[in-house]
Design a protein around this ligand. Sequence first.
Ligand code: X2X
Length: 340
Amino acid sequence: MRTSLFVLAAAVTLSFASPSMAQEKYKPEYRLSTVLGSAFPWGKGGERWAELVKEKTQGRINIKMYPGTSLVAGDQTREFTAIRQGVIDLAVGSTINWSPQLKELNLFSLPFLMPDYKAVDALTHGRVGQEIFKVIERAGVIPLAWGENGYRELSNSKREIRTPADMKGMKFRVVGSPLFNDTFTALGANPTQMSFADAQPALASGAVDGQENPMSVFVAAKLSTLNQKYLTVWGYVNDPLVFVVNKEVWASWSKADQEAVRAAAVQAGREETELARKGMTATDSSVYKTVEGLGVKVTRLSPKEIDEFKKLTRPVVQKWTKTIGADLVKKAEADIAARK
Ligand code: X2X
């Protein structure tokens, strides 16, 4: 009796005192989900996070990346639920793909909300970003840092698009948030929702005429070889990424390791965002030239031309503001107006 009590006491003391005991709860490998792989800034960001975590935790936390949302059989819109349930340990995910579960995330998909990168940063790195993080945390997932997929530009196989009339009846693949259906319908086009994996054969076969994705995705996924000969730069939506960890996994790590994972996410997010914006800044617009070099007609719209699209999608903004929350949208608009 006395001995067993002693053993028990010793075990309890040890489990508090010895970090190596706590470490036994660590998994040999953690699964990180992304939609896009290492040919894209998004996937590079995921890999960089894993690399920095390994370094900062001296190998205690070992992350393997699963691109193509393969842990949910490619179904991007189920990714958030899988993170919550622990099927996925970590993710670098798009606000678009998680918006079916978290209605506030539709904020970033409101058409023509964020006119430039400063507007994006005013949201993600301001009080709106903090509020969004609270929403994610309330849903049982730990948010750590922001990244970026990028401004989503419009491509198609049929003709140059300069006005909404040019989109009339054109079939577009859109991502899995119903907000995109509303936007494309308001513009007179014919949207169809499908995953990114399904989009590529659909573009190749001509089942759909066009799609919308960032320039970096257009280039790395070689969309010009999938009949995409016209590209309109209209900057209607930017697609931020969020670095997150499953709650139980997070709780299983020591405080020091949690902070290491967070710092790694912040650094990887910063580097990833820079990469996602490369060649699309005021001083370097080389990406557009690269795409023209692929035989694609690139049309860059003036603010006045963009206004026509904006006008037609205003009812969509009004409708979805109710879903997202009028307060949050108002804050976002105010912070964008006040951006430096
Ligand atoms: O599916 C897309 O278009 C992509 C890759 O950009 C997202 O995951 C939002």
